[in-house]
Design a protein around this ligand. Sequence first.
Ligand SMILES: [Zn+2]
Ligand SMILES: [Zn+2]
Length: 338
Amino acid sequence: MRGAVIYGAHDVRAEELPMPKILEPTDVILRLSATCVCGSDLWPFRGIAKIERPTPFGHEYCGIVEEVGRDVRSVKRGQFAVGSFFASDNTCPHCKLGYQTSCAHRQLVGGAQAQYLRVPLADGTLVATAEMPSKDHIPSLLAASDVLGTGWFAADAANVKPGATVAVVGDGAVGLLGVLSAKQLGAERIIAMSRHDARQKLAREFGATDIVTERGDDGVARIKELTKGIGADSVLECVGTNESMHQAIGACRPGGYVSYVGVPHGVTLEGADLFFRHVHLHGGPAPVRRYLPTLIDLILKDRIQPGKVFDTTMPLDRVADAYRAMDERRAIKVLLQP
Ligand SMILES: [Zn+2]
Ligand SMILES: [Zn+2]
């Protein structure tokens, strides 16, 4: 089969790889309908996160069940299923409390930029649809696998409630879907921070009411200005840099909530500063599995179209071009056809 392998900075290749096999009785093999490049894949691509050895890559996926291990009960051969980037048993205490990405038995699902994928702990990881979805729904269902689930967690963790004023830091796919999620959760005002035309347009389509182009202290000042000096009730930090985290905390009102879902790189927080700000902080790898049934339902009922974040589609063999397009911000997110 064909699959993507990352060798190091700016070096991703489509290669011939061995077919994945059932290794544990709880595994499933999926024939992928679509896969994609994640913003977090750009950290190793840019050389900021080190790659020790050539590694099959990618973690966002949906597809048709090709093979099931003998202990798998919840999905059947031929069904369409979506899963998250961490496999989870969905039965341990952390899972039951909705933190499947902290599952006692979690395993990273890697190598999803490929034609076939082994998904461990399939019963606790995959959610199958009742019927085969239409082709038009595939990009949105793929988005549910990570970026939508992560944007939704960002909104939920930032306590977005009906009538809330929300600010979203980051205009990548997760930030844009954070806007969509905040809208679905009833936010009245959604301020998207973006300085990029196409992304601003999509943010507005997803429900943003205001756009702030300033960054850092200027961005914070602008949000304060837009909220009568109070700050936002909920701030979604969807980047992971020190600047974006400080921008998010600075834009939040005392007593408000900041969620952070961008993988942190070089973020440092000062205790005394946090102490006097009075903000709630809640983030981490999004427990996408918690939200999958709800998100799949919203997509199949055409209530949301998160697949709009895929502004570019390429065949899997052009995976290197896909990384470059996202790295250079020519594409918001690239869908790969396996
Ligand atoms: Zn991802
Ligand atoms: Zn668990």
